[in-house]
Write a protein that binds this ligand. Sequence first.
Ligand code: GLN
Length: 535
Amino acid sequence: MGTNTKYIFITGGVLSSLGKGIASASLGLLLKERGHSVTIAKFDPYINVDPGTMNPFQHGEVYVTNDGAETDLDLGHYERFLNISLSKENNATTGQIYYEVINKERQGKYLGKTVQVIPHITDEIKRRMTTFDGKYDVVIIEVGGTVGDIESLPFLEADRQICLERGRANTLNIHLTYVPFIKSAGELKTKPTQHSVKTLMEYGVQPDILLCRSEYKLNKDIRSKIALFCNVAEDSVIEALDVETIYEVPLAFRRRSLDEIVCRKLGLESEKPKMSNWTRFVQRVKNPSDEVRIGFVGKYTQYRDAYKSIIESITHAGAVANVVPQIQWIDSEQISEENGPELMQGIHGLLVAPGFGTRGVEGKINAIRHVREQKIPFLGICLGMQCAVIEYARNVCGLKNANSGEFARTDENVIDLMPDQQGIVNKGGTMRLGAYPCRLRPRSKAREAYRKDIVHERHRHRYEVNNEYRDMLEDKGMIISGISPDNRLVEMIELRDHPWFVGSQFHPEFESHAVKGHPLFINFIKAAIAFKEES
Ligand code: GLN
């Protein structure tokens, strides 16, 4: 047994979208910067086994961990803020928990007992919540959903039991709530918070700290009132005002001494966090010296959560290059050969997003042709790279029917399933998922960006570059700049006669961290700056 692990539960009240994920990541960062080892896990109330098969419109991006779990996008915030690598243990859904319990029941492991929500489901939740015992000083558990939802009940029950078993010195409950300003009354209203805490207390969970999201400052009177009605110490009613960028939240919490209060309550001894790198990063995000325009081609341009990690990676890289990247959203379904140049007018770089299904693919291919010919910097991710290969095969190598096997069966499927994958029908968890090694070609743009020979990057796709066409592509000037060490899988491509045209079969956006940035995104943004300066 290692350290005595402390558990912090973060629940949300009143309404969704208050930023529980950012709050958890921000607290995690402060505790980490104080020298504690920290991990964060998210428990999601939905019945899907993982978000892998969920529509990005509804659920946002699917975040992929190194070990290949398809998880909630909040794990992306945790990794980006804390600069850590999480695994499948850091995300659980109601679906997974029931799946496990029902499987055990079928195997006869409950010895004829009636299998019930309490204790069997809650025990499985507790087992997963406490799986980090002894491995970290602090485990932050974000409970998905809003207090009062039927689905989150078993998670709150597990929270209550863990607090009871381990005692107040080892557990802490933080509740994120909303204090609205009612214009006609000219007042901030505490009633929604009171009701939310009341509901939480009906389940036996007494919050120790309230984080109150609000557009206006909470004065002392309001805080005293909330404290009194919610049975929380006055210094533990903390305002969480709106900020310009999510990366400011840790600094705002720090100013309100959140980390100090947490450490005091949990008996964790540590110095104040330094936060100097983080502060510098935030300053760069907020006060850049210049800007570049990045065209972003995707099919969910109305719903930005679908591209969360890519957008954040662009921000991180902008901070390194000291520019603010302005994103010009381009709906892939709107791009034709004729209107492409107009839609891409004024951009200094083009990013073509990952995706599934045939919708918008021809638009992506048209956009890529334009930037290839106009020598505008290009970064293609996963499907974005596959489209770049199709475009090259069609328009440079003369294979008129070039396509991906995902969209059309032709005699020129330059992108296809590997022979051993043909015939797969199950939709969940059947992709190449998680981190794989990639060997970079000497003197390529990829090698120049990473400054390493071997990198590990995360995947989430079924299709690959068809090896039968490798020689043809290379003969015509495409460089295979990243390849699996066994030489079987094309991982990266670029072009010889182009200032910066790079595609990756993997998703670099899952390896970009706030204060660090990702080499491919950094060099892409730098190429965009160079393009801007020349034009
Ligand atoms: N649909 C493509 C494939 O499965 C690309 C996936 C992606 O862009 N993540 O190979």
